[in-house]
Write a protein that binds this ligand. Structure first.
Ligand SMILES: NC(=O)c1ccc[n+]([C@@H]2O[C@H](COP(=O)([O-])OP(=O)(O)OC[C@H]3O[C@@H](n4cnc5c(N)ncnc54)[C@H](O)[C@@H]3O)[C@@H](O)[C@H]2O)c1
Length: 423
């Protein structure tokens, strides 16, 4: 078992942090960390000189001098991990790098904080778990939506029994990404901007829910997945794929070369998961069509339900019969203790404040030398829905078993996510 580097640190009140992938997301994490007095930035890594330049200007402004930058090729992060004074790394690179970078960090004794999804294939999901078990070094999936204020209030309500016994959940990633998959204009691939360089290829090569964790993370915490409950199996169905082609034709005309590209990713992918406690979860992936953003949450039990799309709630015996109530007063009353305590720090912290909390949890876990509240098993179970949904779709929506990444330990593991107002 490898001992996390922090045990050898001079000063365990500060988390000594590194950052890989300093595009929009990585720089945002850095910005949040620069606002904390318990983080010391020790190294940065990116292969794009422009990203390094922008990052250095942020570091300059924050008073840092000569933070080592690792830029020499796609595996420069391995050299960075040898630096010897890094406790934790935040990984915000394209998806295919997440698991490799996270596992190498754990092997170097460095806490891995990895953006979503943490893995693309089942093998990678097992790599995360096996490496955590071999090294004892934590890996946190940085699922910020788990910390959304309304979602945490609803988690609090679930834990206090307001919905009774949970029966059915809905969630998803429903976000028109057409101007992100194509940028500028209808361009993608090398030479395009930001995520259009790499994300669009997943829509060409894969047909499944390639981005399941923004919805599934919160719902899994409410259902205690990996803590007394687990995912059993899923079925997944894809609609036809039209949205991306339509966008290209509407934006640049039928004669544009990209109008010939064949997209494999169905516009709306619907996955249904069954849990060992007999609940059902519907997860939707919908990123190719014109539509307003929504994660489509529905949390339903024997006593009532909450839905985020119309911010409404219905509780048996409390709400008017057969009618919705606005959820606001409930969300306020059941505001999670973490939000009550840190609301002012979280303000301006990105995505309505939730980004503050996910980095806060990672940094606090490092400082306390404990496992992270969202861990390698969560990263594996939630991320596995992507490759498993691809398998189900490829076999005519066949049911596919979901591995038990805890190897039976889910039966006795105790929930550790958001139990108090600390982190
Ligand atoms: N949780 C959220 O709300 C949220 C929001 C946005 C993005 N993300 C995730 O964050 C990640 C990054 O997204 P982004 O929008 O910043 O993407 P981006 O394409 O803008 O940035 C990625 C950066 O990684 C760098 N990079 C690529 N390969 C590298 C390598 N081998 N070594 C070092 N650097 C490398 C690129 O040069 C680029 O600067 C993605 O996984 C994305 O899904 C999450």
């Amino acid at each position: 078992m490898i001992t996390p580097n922090i045990l050898f640190g001079q000063d365990d009140r500060k988390a000594r942090m590194a950052f890989i992938g300093l595009g929009g997301r990585g720089r945002w994490h850095l910005n949040l960390c620069l606002q904390r007095d318990d983080v010391d930035v020790k190294a940065i890594c990116d292969i794009n000189p422009e990203a390094i330049k922008r990052t250095n200007s942020m570091l300059d402004k924050a008073g840092y001098k000569n933070v080592p930058a690792y830029t020499d090729g796609e595996e420069a992060f391995l050299k960075m991990y040898e630096q010897g004074d890094i406790d934790g790394v935040i990984i915000a690179t394209p998806w295919v790098w997440h698991t490799k970078m996270a596992c190498a960090a754990m092997r170097a004794g460095i806490y891995a904080g990895v953006e979503v999804s943490a893995a693309n294939t089942l093998e990678e999901c097992w790599d995360l778990v096996n490496t955590f078990e071999e090294t004892g070094v934590p890996c946190m999936i940085l699922e910020n939506v788990n910390y959304r204020r309304d979602v945490m209030a609803v988690l609090n309500m679930v834990r206090q029994g307001l919905f009774g016994e949970l029966i059915h959940m809905e969630c998803g990633y429903q976000h028109n990404l057409r101007n992100i998959k194509f940028d500028p204009g209808v361009e993608f691939g090398p030479g395009a901007n930001s995520e259009a360089q790499w994300r669009t290829q997943h829509s060409i090569s894969r047909n499944g829910d390639v981005y399941p964790t923004h919805g599934l993370g919160p719902v899994s915490s409410m259902l205690d997945i990996n803590y007394g409950n687990r995912f059993l199996y899923l079925t997944s169905t894809a609609s036809k794929a039209r949205g991306l082609h339509d966008y290209i034709v509407k934006t640049a005309g039928e004669d544009h070369p990209n109008a010939k590209v064949k997209f494999k990713l169905g516009d709306v992918i619907t996955t249904v998961i069954k849990t060992s406690n007999d609940e059902t979860i519907t997860v939707q992936h919908d990123t190719n069509l014109p539509r307003p953003y929504s994660l489509g949450f529905r949390v339903q039990g024997t006593e009532g339900l909450w839905m985020d799309i119309n911010n409404s709630i219905h509780l048996d015996g409390k709400s008017p019969e057969h009618a919705w109530e606005p959820a606001d007063s409930y969300l306020e009353k059941y505001d999670h203790p973490l939000w009550k305590k840190f609301a002012s720090e979280a303000e301006g912290g990105g995505h309505g404040g939730m980004d503050f909390f996910v980095d806060h949890a990672f940094v606090e876990s490092i400082k306390r030398k404990v496992n992270t509240p969202l861990d390698a098993y969560d990263a594996a179970a939630w991320s596995s829905i992507a490759p498993l949904s691809e398998m189900s779709i490829a076999h005519g929506s066949e049911p596919i078993d979901i591995p038990d990444f805890t190897r039976g330990m889910w039966m006795k593991r105790k929930q550790k996510f958001a139990l108090n107002d600390e982190y």
